[in-house]
Design a protein around this ligand. Structure first.
Ligand code: HEC
Ligand code: HEC
Ligand code: HEC
Ligand code: HEC
Ligand code: HEC
Ligand code: HEC
Length: 368
């Protein structure tokens, strides 16, 4: 009997594994690479040009690529997945307002130079080279502790500082790394490309983000269909980065916004919103995410994600209180690329109540 149920479990595991999409790139090399940047005497490369756009630079790219980061990850359409020769390209910058399959990281549409829609503006995204000019208000990353002039801590948008744009955050792109996971980036010097190629340098050298990658980048999403993020309830009185917060998403953001991690004063009062606090089973928090209270779990909401103290598989519940509660983190409130809302918020915080949304109420159940 035992052996039979073991075999059944094994078969189920094999089925699950064979069903698992590989997030590393597949398909014919020439969809993405060109050997001489010449075919029939005409160049093959399209540089920064968005999918289905025309014109643009046609010079050869490093790694013999047919396009730049922006070229492969932007589109003139409104869908954020572009399928070409059977390969799905995740789109992070649509030149028309994206309406279909919005991805986890948000979109650079609203912060792009030339965006004229109602929700466009400088504070709607990170200003990235090739998409947007430098921020009109911010002269450095707010909360920056690493004053290296000429770096991405100052701007991700100016050539003056030699900022490499996307690679300021996705420091070590590894499209051919095997990130079948399910958990990627767990170890120091991971060879799986870390979570979404997000890594550090200097004191964060050989460290990157640990997480579970949703195979369609949350184009479809639900309580049991989403990315998973690592969190850690560390010391809350200090600036932070990978060096003291482990391989968490909050540690990654703090690489440039380190002082925002000084969230408690010496008496333990909150002086900034926590970005790594456990959700306690007390007061209003015990009812977070629809929990009935008393330490019962809530329902995961990909629009207000939480981080986990440990990762094994995608889980549809939120753990409140107990020995290993889930945590609030930077991405509980922000999108990393951009959003239609002020300060890259995941929901319209600024205009609530009224036309906005009370995302805060997911955890602060007695307010509003
Ligand atoms: C869907 C797009 C895509 C396809 C298809 C693709 N590559 Fe790549 N490849 C990339 C990108 C993007 C890089 C840029 C650097 C990185 O992320 O590693 C790259 C980098 C490389 C590199 C240099 C870095 C390394 O990992 O060694 C080699 C060599 C390479 N590709 C070979 C190939 C070959 C051979 C094929 C076909 C079997 C192929 N690629 C198919 C996108 C692709
Ligand atoms: C030739 C086309 C091409 C180029 C150039 C390219 N990418 Fe990609 N990229 C892809 C495709 C296709 C995927 C989806 C397959 C995958 O998950 O690896 C992808 C996936 C990604 C992902 C998500 C990885 C994951 O785990 O799902 C990130 C982040 C990314 N690219 C960043 C970059 C950055 C940064 C650059 C510039 C250094 C770049 N890409 C250049 C085609 C490209
Ligand atoms: C490589 C450095 C770097 C990293 C990592 C980084 N940022 Fe930033 N961030 C900046 C810079 C530079 C600015 C100021 C210029 C701008 O808005 O692009 C900024 C601005 C912002 C703003 C204000 C935007 C505005 O225009 O008003 C928010 C919100 C923000 N970052 C959130 C985050 C979050 C959340 C993360 C983690 C997912 C993160 N940042 C990671 C460099 C970084
Ligand atoms: C401020 C840091 C930052 C910058 C700059 C940045 N990214 Fe990202 N990117 C992230 C983070 C964080 C995620 C993971 C989002 C999540 O899983 O919730 C991500 C996710 C992605 C993904 C996977 C799709 C998704 O939405 O999850 C792709 C592809 C990608 N980025 C490409 C790019 C490209 C191309 C650029 C430059 C045009 C860029 N990124 C600039 C931080 C950044
Ligand atoms: C509880 C929600 C929430 C969390 C968690 C959160 N933020 Fe924010 N963030 C906001 C709001 C709302 C604003 C708008 C300004 C304000 O209300 O203080 C903002 C503004 C910002 C700004 C712009 C500051 C400026 O001077 O313009 C940056 C940068 C930023 N956040 C980064 C981060 C980082 C990095 C983390 C994680 C360490 C984080 N945020 C966690 C809600 C949050
Ligand atoms: C994912 C859950 C979550 C979300 C979303 C969230 N918070 Fe919080 N918030 C917390 C947790 C956890 C604490 C710390 C609780 C404790 O003291 O242990 C906290 C603390 C606070 C505090 C300090 C409370 C005190 O006791 O001093 C304020 C104020 C606050 N949050 C406001 C907001 C606002 C405004 C928003 C929306 C922009 C927001 N929060 C979104 C989880 C959340």
């Amino acid at each position: 009997m035992k052996r039979l149920s073991f075999s059944i479990i094994l078969i189920l595991l094999i089925i699950a594994a064979s069903d698992m999409p590989h997030a590393k790139v597949t398909g014919q090399c020439d969809n993405c690479h060109t050997m001489h940047n010449s075919q029939g005497g005409a160049p093959m490369a399209r540089g920064d040009q968005a999918w289905d756009g025309t014109g643009g630079a046609t010079d050869a790219r490093p790694n013999l690529l047919v396009a730049s980061c922006i070229g492969c990850h932007s589109s003139t359409g409104t869908d954020t997945i572009k399928t070409y020769n059977g390969i799905d390209f995740p789109i992070v910058y649509n030149t028309s307002e994206p309406t279909t399959n919005l991805l986890a990281g948000g979109n650079f549409y609203w912060v792009a130079t030339g965006c004229t829609g109602a929700n466009c503006g400088n504070a709607k995204g990170h200003n990235v080279l090739g998409i947007s000019s430098a921020d009109e208000t911010l002269t450095a990353a707010p909360g920056n502790v690493n004053f290296c002039s000429g770096s991405c801590h100052i701007s991700l948008a100016t050539t003056d500082f030699g900022a490499p744009g996307c690679c300021g955050c996705h420091m070590y792109p590894a499209h051919h790394a095997d990130d079948t996971g399910p958990v990627v980036g767990a170890a120091v010097s991971s060879t799986d490309g870390y979570y979404r190629f997000l890594a550090g340098h200097m004191s964060g050298n050989n460290h990157g983000v640990c997480g579970i990658e949703d195979p369609d980048w949350q184009a479809t999403k639900g309580a049991g269909d989403h990315n998973e993020y690592l969190g850690w309830s560390g010391d809350k009185g200090y600036a932070a980065g990978f060096y003291n917060l482990g391989h968490t998403m909050t540690a990654f953001c703090c690489g440039c916004h380190g002082n925002f991690h000084k969230e408690q004063d010496s008496s333990g009062n909150w002086i900034r919103h926590p970005s790594d606090a456990e959700i306690p089973a007390t007061g209003e928090y015990q009812y977070a995410f629809g929990s009935v209270g008393g330490g019962a779990t809530g329902t995961y909401d990909p629009d207000v994600p939480v981080a986990r103290a440990a990762l094994t598989s995608v889980t549809s519940t939120v753990t409140i209180g107990g020995t290993s509660p889930d945590l609030v983190m930077c991405l509980s409130c922000h999108r990393p690329h951009g959003s239609p809302y002020y300060k890259l918020m995941r929901w319209d915080y600024k205009n609530w109540p009224g036309s906005g949304t009370d995302g805060c109420g997911k955890c602060h159940t007695s307010k509003g």
